[in-house]
Design a protein around this ligand. Structure first.
Ligand SMILES: [Fe+2]
Ligand SMILES: [Fe+2]
Length: 303
């Protein structure tokens, strides 16, 4: 991809933006449960016309909880990945060292932020929402792949985060302001991560053999398949959480419709929005036109 990303400018932007977790949540900054949390483009609950608008909002908030937990989960493997990548280069270019450590520090902060929001959610929602895991197992699985394979998966995650905010949240006046603030602040820092991860992936790809590049694309698909299995399990949890929260007795066909809709919404949120992101695909194409074709062939299943 033709770009002008650099460690120096990413670091400068990041230092200008820097926010604290306590600036965003705590004290009088509370979630408003009378509002939806997720944009409809991701939540997709309005398709379920057999639900009342209140029930649709409850399902939307359950998807919001899942979003908090999912980002908490993926950031758990992004953090050690970035630290491992930075470790051998600590005596190299000063801007690169600092930008990478800043990247890692921000992901550690995001883990904390998503955790705080999840606590806040659990305190106010009124019933329990389950989430897949444990994060430790997911981390072990993902990091068992080559740095290039994992780097490509992370690049997908960074770009999809930007897309969620820009396309669904930025100009959305319906959402809870607190949840919107979370997504905005996350987006502000993820905007640097997309650039830094592009630089990481490009450097790894440049040093890789053709065989290693082919392997990295198989690993990307492998990690995606693993996340998709988690998504299928989480779909069941979201539906269960809905039943628990509303006490509604879903008929067999209603339950099937809700399961299919939540699954589609989750696949689009975590897989489709990344796999079809123009900038993600531009970097991929530069590494391997064949790899790009493979991703484009897989993408419709998640869109
Ligand atoms: Fe993050
Ligand atoms: Fe990130």
């Amino acid at each position: 991809m033709q770009h002008n990303y650099s460690y120096e400018s990413a670091l400068a932007t990041s230092e200008r933006i820097g926010w604290k977790v306590d600036d965003i949540i705590g004290g009088d900054k509370r979630l408003d449960f009378s509002k939806p949390f997720m944009p409809e483009s991701l939540a997709q609950v309005k398709k379920l016309s057999f639900l009342t608008s209140e029930e649709q909002r409850t399902l939307n908030q359950i998807r919001g909880h899942e979003y908090l937990a999912m980002f908490g989960l993926v950031e758990e493997f992004i953090l050690p990945y970035v630290v491992d990548h930075a470790r051998p280069q600590l005596s190299g270019d000063d801007y690169r060292v600092r930008a990478l450590l800043q990247f890692a520090g921000e992901e550690a902060k995001h883990i904390h932020l998503f955790k705080r929001f999840r606590q806040e959610f659990e305190g106010g929602f009124g019933s329990k929402c389950d989430f897949i895991g444990p994060a430790e197992d997911v981390k072990r699985f993902v990091l068992s792949h080559s740095p290039l394979g994992v780097g490509i998966a992370i690049l997908h995650i960074e770009w999809m985060t930007l897309r969620h905010y820009i396309e669904g949240v930025k100009d959305n006046q319906d959402l809870d302001l607190q949840f919107k603030s979370l997504l905005k602040h996350h987006w502000l820092e993820e905007s640097q991560h997309t650039k830094l991860d592009t630089l990481i992936v490009e450097a790894l790809a440049e040093a890789a053999t053709e065989k290693e590049i082919d392997q990295a694309f198989r690993e990307y698909a492998d990690i995606g398949g693993f996340l998709d299995n988690g998504i299928k399990q989480q779909t069941e949890f979201d539906v269960e959480s809905f039943v628990r929260a509303t006490g509604r007795n879903l008929s067999k066909s209603e339950r099937e419709a809700m399961t299919a809709t939540v699954l589609k919404g989750m696949r689009w949120t975590y897989l489709g929005t990344g796999m079809t992101h123009t900038n993600f695909l531009a970097t991929i194409e530069q590494i391997s036109p064949e790899g790009k074709k493979q991703i484009e062939a897989m993408a419709p299943m998640f869109c």
